[in-house]
Design a binder for this molecule. Structure first.
Ligand SMILES: [Zn+2]
Length: 392
């Protein structure tokens, strides 16, 4: 029985690269760098919008660097363990909190100093590298400036501007683009077994966000809820309705975030108590600060989740208004929100393109304000009231 050790170099989009869809230029850049005759930078910055596949691309590159055949064959033990997250020389740091802790980065820097155990390289992948404070960036900087010869850093962030200039000037930049709905649909079909029409609908609604597309395709009622939100948005006619809609939206986002954060917090608490050998739930004073830390983490996680849910809503609202604008300008492109076409046509007739452009700016402003710590309810209320008045 063959063990797959005679694999030939993989053509594009096979092996570990199969799931990195719609990113031909970036994949070519990575593969060139990983080839024996390529020049391998020791610090990489992978940028691209959320859901475009930054961490998938970073893992694929890590696998290619460790691959027994140097091709990212996807079949050898090195490739498989990297993709499964169990390779001893590939460390991935991800956060679902608002920021990556300095201690976490310190530990990572220590790991970066060690020679690889089994592979050719030690690879450190930092997802959400933009979620670091300036102090944490400084901890990282020293290691990125002078890494041991076999260490490769991979930082992922929405854009290069999200990182301190001192860091980004030391990284080789790879830019991912928003993958098209067709390639995302094809991925859902092939990788996740989603039926073709549903895959296309989900991919279109997710606007190039692969994880979101999968959720739309597999989570009961998710697409329907999105449609309902679009309908509510286009049905706003008064400031009073806008205030109510904003409150409902924020309440729903908070409930969704709380449910998830509570679940994670309970699991973490239980794991902590178990590892400390506590069975009766009585935490000795010496361990209370650690437990408090866990609780604070949970709160931060929930705050970020609320913002993420609302940001997703605002991106949806943006797509609805863009559809309206498309109709007003007669650009004739396919609607993202095909399911609410009658409402979009009605809104297009009610206003003009200049006003809609102003509303699109308003959505961006709301996103920036929420990211900048303005209370979400205030930002969303202001936006929806503006939309309601212009649709009246
Ligand atoms: Zn391999």
């Amino acid at each position: 029985m063959s063990t797959g050790t005679t694999t030939h170099p993989a053509p594009p989009l096979e092996g570990v690269w199969a799931d990195v869809v719609g990113q031909e230029a970036a994949v070519a850049q990575f593969r060139r760098a990983a080839s024996p005759e390529g020049s391998l930078a020791q610090a990489w910055l992978v940028t691209g919008p959320p859901g475009s596949g930054r961490s998938t691309a970073a893992r694929a590159f890590a696998a290619t660097l460790q691959c027994e055949h140097r091709t990212g064959c996807g079949a050898c033990a090195a490739c498989r363990t990297v993709l499964a997250g169990t390779h001893p020389d590939v460390t991935v740091v991800a956060t679902d909190k608002l920021s990556i802790a300095k201690e976490e980065v310190r530990a990572l820097v220590m790991t970066a100093q060690r020679a690889p155990a089994t592979g050719r390289h030690r690879v450190l992948i930092v997802e959400d590298a933009d979620r670091m404070s300036p102090g944490t960036f400084n901890v990282l900087l020293k290691s990125i400036e002078e890494p041991p010869p076999s260490t490769v850093w991979m930082l992922c962030a929405p854009s290069a501007e999200d990182l301190a200039p001192t860091i980004r000037s030391r990284c080789r930049l790879v830019t991912l683009t928003v993958p098209g709905a067709d390639v995302v649909a094809e991925l859902l079909r092939r990788r996740d077994g989603v039926e073709e029409q549903l895959a296309l609908r989900a991919a279109r609604a997710a606007q190039g966000h692969i994880g979101l597309a999968l959720r739309y395709a597999t989570q009961e009622g998710a697409l329907a809820a999105r449609e309902q939100s679009a309908r509510t948005l286009l049905g706003l006619r008064s400031a009073g309705q806008a205030v109510l809609a904003a409150q409902e939206l924020v309440d729903r986002a908070t409930a969704e975030a709380k449910e998830h954060a509570d679940q994670v917090a309970a699991e973490e608490r239980e794991r902590f108590l178990r590892s400390a050998g506590i069975e009766d739930g009585k935490v000795p004073p010496a361990l209370r600060s650690q437990l408090k830390q866990l609780e604070d983490d949970a709160k931060r996680r929930q705050t970020r989740l609320v913002r993420d849910v609302l940001d997703r809503y605002l991106l949806d609202a943006h797509s609805v208004l863009r559809d309206v604008l498309g109709r007003q300008l007669g650009t004739g492109g396919e609607l993202v929100n095909l399911e609410v076409e009658p409402e979009i046509d009605q809104a297009a007739r009610a206003g003009d393109g200049r006003v809609t452009l102003g509303l699109l700016d308003g959505v961006q402003t709301a996103r920036e304000r929420i990211a900048g710590n303005v209370p979400p309810l205030l930002a969303i209320e202001a936006l929806l009231a503006r939309i309601a008045i212009s649709l009246r």
